[in-house]
Design a protein around this ligand. Structure first.
Ligand code: 5GP
Length: 248
């Protein structure tokens, strides 16, 4: 096994057979790396939840790069060429969408109230750059103009992202968790097939809100916003969301 890179939260290795091994560490970063820390159990929670969702999504017909969970914080995945664009699906107004709206940089989708936490009736799809210093929103025109993806590939990943949302949103709602938004990545195999890549359904890449608190008019975050907004102990929030998602 050879180390080939370090992500924000993961260490990446090349296995002898050409697969990739992800080691989920306890590192956490926010604001494009400006804020950093480590929290016990974070790596295990993200590895276990990513494996949990990859298995469900595969069963529901979403092709992913997941192969197996090796131990508490490592998984084996297929070696892909990661696409230079990340995909965000939003069900509620939050995070950078709200910030850009407040600065008049963006309009909210139709029938969406102008307040933080408002539902977006038909959801919203956004794309951001992956390999630039700062994740930057990009238009579908720029993606096609830059040759990052064909129009057909863009349509495909948009449809898959909506399907990933449908699957996760409805399962989480049954556990009284609101999936406010999430970000995912895709990669290409050597024969051109596009697979869901990196991680999915973890508190690093999703906004999870407690539904009972939301009904009372509060935002109880069970995700990385705890760290971004200094809302308490990240380990406790991550262990809580892990327990709630995986209990049947
Ligand atoms: P926002 O654009 O509102 O900051 O983030 C939208 C969603 O994308 C949130 O669920 C957030 O956690 C997720 N997100 C933002 N940046 C990253 C990133 O670098 N990696 C991952 N996996 N998710 C991200």
């Amino acid at each position: 096994m050879k180390p080939i890179g370090k992500g924000k939260a993961k260490d990446i290795y090349l296995a002898d057979n050409g697969d990739i091994i992800f080691e989920f560490t306890d590192r956490v970063t926010a604001f494009d790396g400006a804020k950093k820390a480590e929290y016990p159990h974070k790596g295990e929670v993200c590895c276990s939840l990513a494996a949990y969702w990859f298995k469900i999504l595969e069963k529901e017909g979403v092709p992913t790069h997941f192969k197996e969970k090796i131990d508490s914080n490592r998984m084996r995945v297929a070696n892909l060429k990661i696409l230079p664009v990340e995909v965000i699906w939003r069900n509620y107004v939050a995070g950078s969408l709200w910030r850009r709206f407040e600065k008049s940089e963006i309009k909210l989708p139709e029938d969406t109230e102008a307040r933080e936490g408002a539902p977006i009736p038909n959801g919203m799809l956004e794309f951001t750059t992956k390999f630039e210093a700062v994740d930057r929103p990009v238009s579908t025109n720029e993606i096609i103009y830059e040759g990052w993806m064909t129009e057909a590939e863009l349509k495909y990943i948009s449809e898959v992202t909506e399907k990933v949302n449908d699957i996760m949103f409805s399962r989480l709602l049954k556990k009284d968790i609101i999936l406010a938004d999430f970000k995912i990545e895709f990669g290409r195999t050597s024969n051109g097939e596009i697979l869901l890549a990196d991680e999915v359904g973890t508190p690093d890449g999703c906004r999870f809100w407690d539904r009972q608190a939301y009904i009372r008019g509060e935002f109880l975050s069970l995700d990385k916003d705890v760290f971004r907004k200094n809302k308490g102990d990240l380990s406790a929030a991550y262990l809580e969301i892990f327990k709630r998602i995986t209990k049947d």
